[in-house]
Each structure stands twice: as C-alpha cells, then as structure tokens.
Design a protein around this ligand. Sequence first.
Ligand code: NAD
Length: 366
Amino acid sequence: MNKKYKVAVLPGDGIGPEIINEAVKVLSAIKKGMNISLQFEYADVGGVAYDNYGTSLPEQTLNTCKDSDAILFGAIGGPQYDNISIELRPEKALLKLRKELGLYINSRPALTFPSLINRSPIRREILKDGVDILIVRELSSGLYYGEPKKRISSEEAVDTMRYTKTEISRILTYAFEQAQQRDKKLTVVDKENVLQTSKLWREVVSSFESSYSDVEVDYMYIDNCTMQLVMNPHQFDVIVTENTFGDIISDEASALTGSIGMLPSASLGGQIGLYEPIHGSAPDIAGMNIANPIATILSASMMLENSFQLAREAEIIRKAINNVLEAGIRTPDISQENSQVVSTSEMGDAIVQEINRLLITNKVVE
Ligand code: NAD
C-alpha cells in the first residue's frame, strides 16, 4: 500500500492562485503517472483570509497546515492591504506560520537552466554556462522578529536585529552539511564591521570550522556580496546569512537565472516543510494569466524530494521544465527572440504534457 501524503495548499493573493493552479496540475500528473497518493487540502491565507475572516492566518488554516505532511504556498499581499495595521497585514501570516511550524531554514537554490543563459541581464562572459548557488537564509529570527519592534511616535520607529548562539548554530549546521554535499565552499554573508549580531555569527562559525574541515569558509560583507553576485557569481557555492540579507540577495540572484519567476524555496527545520516561490504576489500582473509558474512548480518538486523522499519524481518535474524551456516555450518574463510566448496555464499544460511524454517513453533521467 502506497503511503498517503497530505498537502496543504495555500494559494494566497495576487498571482498566488494562478501559479498554484499550475503546480497542483503538475503534482496531479505525477500522482497519476507514478501512482502516488497525494491529497490536496486548500486553505485561505494572507489578504484573502483577512477579507473572509478578519485575520491573515485563520485558526482553521493553521490547523490544516499542522495536519498536513507539507505545505505548498503561493504568495500573499497587495496594495489594497497597504494601509491596514502591520499586525493585520497579509505578509504577517507567513511570519506567523514560519514561527508556529518551527521553520528556521530557508533553502533557496539559484540555478540557471541552460536555455535561459541568454535571458539573464548578466553578460555571457560573466554568467558563462550558468550558476548553481544555494542561498541558505536564516528564517526565524533577526530583523524580522527581534523585539522591540514598534512605532514609537509619529517621528520614531524601531526594529531590532537579535540572534542567539542556538539560532545561529542550527542554521550553520544545515549550511555546512549542504556545502559538504556540494562544492565544499561556504560564504558567510554579514556586516561584521557594524553589527554586533554579525560578530556573534562569526564566533559561532569559527567554532564549527574544525568539525567541517573539508569545507572552505570565507566571509563577505553584505554590501560587497550584492556586487560580487553580479560581477563574479561563480565564486559562490553555498551562501549562509541572516534573515533580511538572505531575502534581499536571493531576489538579486534570481537575475542570474533569467527571472524572479524561476526561483523556488523550501522552508525547513520543523516537522512540516513549506514550499513557495521566492517572489511575491506581483499585483501588477495578477489576474492576467501571464505570471511564470515555474518557481512554484520547482517548489513543488522540492517538496516531493525533501518532504516525501520522492527524488525520482522531483527529477521528472525538473527534466520536463528543462525540456519545455529548450523547446522555446516561455512565459513573457523569460521570452526571447523566436520563443513561443505562452500564458501561465499554457506553461503548466506544456510541463504536464512533457511529464506524461517522459513517463510514457521512460526517458526520465539521462
Ligand atoms: P514581487 O515579487 O511580487 O514582484 C516584483 C516584480 O517581479 C514585479 O514586477 C512582478 O510582476 C514580477 N514577478 C514576480 N513574480 C513573477 C512571476 N512569477 N512571473 C513573472 N513576473 C513576476 O514583489 P513586490 O512587487 O515587491 O511585492 C508585491 C507584494 O507581494 C507585496 O504586497 C509584498 O509584500 C508581497 N510579497 C510577498 C511575498 C510572499 O508571499 N512570500 C514575498 C515578497 C513580497
């Protein structure tokens, strides 16, 4: 009897429902083709939940998540919520969800598909044959969570960057282990010339070095890192950094892959993983059926691999995406001369069709 996997599906706002539709379509094709028992439970989150329940993370949504084996998340937020109090803002739902589920690791692979190398704004001589960088972002602490965090008066506000040794150690353990499985290079990104928290990070990193002597460690200031990522991206293998810095540099790294619509992520550390594209709800293109669903579909493949140990199925999805891109099928954000520009749903259909073809011809992994 096959194991049953329960997936909480949280489409959210803006382009969220459009991109999630395509990821569910792809997962359904894998479910059928590989005879895997996947069950989808939908729940409201973000602005849509605020509209329906007066809170961006309703109790029933949290319960659906806690009762699942993994969470597939779209995106949240939109200009219509910009003026409500920060506590009620849609984005707060994700912060609460991460905290509730103990998700302290955010794994963000930035990988260039070969057919998109010329789509990147970075020159070919810099990008060469594309990048393969893993950004490990600390997700549960730092500037996004530290207290005090408040508006003091009309003239003053405060946010706090706070880290404990325990929080730094657990994210470093993950980052060093990832580096060991990859090219054995770890870049610690911080602002040690100004921030006390960065000094603490460096102390903890030094205490790790003897246990991971096969990993080469280097340190880089965040300001320099933002430049190095576009000047010399091939120097990076695994980057580990605090919450806010990781959020910022992963958006930048998406430019190396051609579009922010290409970068998936996995939030890990608790019993239930959460998988989502790194981008937001893109209100400027919401409802137009033109958003790129690939980051979300890649997030679904990370879910199969990380949460369900279905590595072969995850590989089929990646292979299908690669083949569809090679065939020149593109959403507008990654279109090129001579490519066939398709809608969000047509991109999902093309990937499903390719998955079915791969399954029939058994040409799954070359
Ligand atoms: P964004 O990532 O939504 O959009 C930035 C730009 O990238 C826009 O031009 C958008 O059209 C484009 N883009 C994003 N995803 C795309 C895709 N899949 N295909 C094609 N183009 C895509 O960032 P933003 O505009 O700064 O934020 C919009 C809203 O999203 C805000 O409310 C913000 O708070 C929220 N947000 C949510 C998350 C999340 O849900 N995890 C993350 C970041 C921002």
